[in-house]
Write a protein that binds this ligand. Structure first.
Ligand code: NDP
Length: 252
């Protein structure tokens, strides 16, 4: 099998895996953060877990992208920058902002996250600098313009929303409060909404199978978690705002 055929088969596999992932996560919440529980094997400090899980998406993508013949072409470089800005922040800034004293994450979750991120980094990095074909005319295509706009807006929402949550805790605290203000008046998880907008925008801007697979897989991962978070808030806080939705304002 040629590498191009293998790459396509793996991209279809990620897309197909979105269905069982969604179904499983509707019944079993990933055991980290507020849903952490015993019985998932050895654990790591949360901060280390986040760095280990996400750094592979940054480093792996950068390496694969740098090996492709299109590594210096304008459009691939712009699309790659979107990925690297997101994962540079997720791997090397976000973990150091967390107020995660005493919090741990199962090694199994870190390993699964790192495995997925490695595969995803290969699929998207390889596409952008080797298998995709982008000319500078793509910069004027509405899919590119809309995709980049959606990505940038989603990134801003994601970083803002995570920061609101992080600031709910004083240093050393580990409990939960009701987040308020801005998009939090509409949904329980604007950070997940922002993340979903980012990868939907990236998929539009790349117009590729691996980017589409990643966006769909992200939805399969984050929509069930947002629904679980939302139900948890309602159960935990009797005064939780009734009009708030889980992840999509006015809808879901
Ligand atoms: P959460 O919203 O569960 O938590 C984010 C941080 O805020 C955690 O440190 C959490 O603490 C803290 N926190 C959350 N809610 C409250 C509250 N009500 N009161 C006080 N502190 C709170 O997000 P995740 O940890 O699941 O995800 C973190 C980031 O990673 C998000 O931006 C998300 O979009 C992204 N992500 C992306 C995925 C993808 O598929 N692309 C998959 C998973 C995450 P604690 O950990 O103690 O609960």
């Amino acid at each position: 099998m040629s590498e191009v055929a293998l790459h396509a088969a793996l991209s279809w596999t990620v897309l197909g895996l979105a269905v069982p992932t969604f179904l499983v996560l509707r019944f079993v919440s990933a055991p980290y953060g507020r849903h952490a529980r015993a019985g998932w094997g050895p654990t790591l400090p949360s901060r280390i877990g986040w760095i280990a899980m996400e750094a592979v998406a940054f480093v792996g993508f950068a390496l694969v992208f740098a090996l492709g013949p299109g590594r210096a072409d304008l459009v691939p470089v712009l699309l790659a920058s979107m990925w690297l800005v997101h994962y540079g922040h997720r791997a090397f800034v976000f973990p150091f902002r967390l107020r995660a004293s005493g919090k741990r994450i199962p090694l199994a979750i870190v390993a699964m996250g790192a495995l997925f991120n490695t595969l995803n980094a290969y699929l998207n990095g390889r596409w952008l600098s080797a298998f995709g074909e982008y000319t500078v005319a793509w910069l004027r295509d509405p899919r590119f313009i809309l995709g980049v706009t959606l990505f940038v807006t989603g990134f801003a929402i994601n970083v803002w929303a995570d920061q609101v949550l992080i600031r709910l805790r004083a240093p050393g605290e580990s409990g939960y409060k009701i987040p308020r203000g801005g998009l939090y008046e509409r949904v329980s998880c604007p950070n997940y909404l922002g993340e979903l907008m980012e990868w939907t925008g990236f998929a539009l801007a790349c117009w590729s199978l691996p980017a589409l697979a990643f966006a769909v897989y992200t939805a399969a991962n984050l929509v069930p978690r947002a629904l679980t978070h939302h139900a948890w808030y309602r159960q935990r806080f009797p005064d939780y705002p009734r009009e708030r939705k889980a992840i999509v304002p006015f809808v879901l």
